[in-house]
Design a protein around this ligand. Structure first.
Ligand code: IDP
Ligand code: MG
Length: 140
């Protein structure tokens, strides 16, 4: 059965380019409820840990450097079928391949700096939420 929570980060390029408010607006208009949120940054060590599954990919170094380059917004979101529904809202990894109207299509310029993260499974959503938030920081 699909779960009701997912994890997101508004990435450094989107914060830097002034899209934080517009993206949060799209998320809320998309029917998601924010149950935890934090304006923070990733150290290179933490970014490397977060993206450890991509360690062998050629873009790993670039990804870690980019994700630790500036502030981000980390959040836990709630909606029925949250993971799949949110991946639909953000669009494909490459913004040029993302559907019209999706967050990546609207606010991202490149496949590396693609504006937003969305968990790819219920299991990873829980792991990623716990990476940033204690249980007390996530509301019912
Ligand atoms: P996803 O974020 O859509 O799930 P993943 O394949 O999990 O995509 O990749 C994680 C992140 O790594 C992407 O969001 C993007 O920032 C970066 N990335 C993915 N593919 C490339 C690439 O080919 N070049 C540079 N960066 C990439
Ligand atoms: Mg992914």
């Amino acid at each position: 059965m699909s779960g009701k929570r997912t994890f997101t980060m508004i990435k450094p390029d989107a914060v830097q380019n002034g899209y934080m408010g517009a993206i949060l607006n799209d998320i809320i208009a998309g029917g998601f409820r924010v149950v935890a949120m934090k304006y923070t940054r990733l150290t290179p060590e933490k970014a490397g840990e977060f993206y450890a599954v991509h360690r062998e990919r050629p873009f790993y170094g670039e990804l870690v450097e980019y994700m630790s380059s500036g502030p981000i917004v980390a959040a836990v979101l709630e909606k029925d079928n949250a993971v799949e529904s949110f991946r639909k809202l953000i669009g494909a990894t490459d913004p040029q391949k993302a559907e019209e109207g999706t967050i990546r299509r609207k606010y991202a310029k490149s496949i590396a700096a693609n504006a937003i993260h969305g968990s790819d499974s219920d299991e990873n959503a829980a792991i990623e939420a716990a990476f940033f938030f204690s249980k007390l920081e996530i509301f019912e």
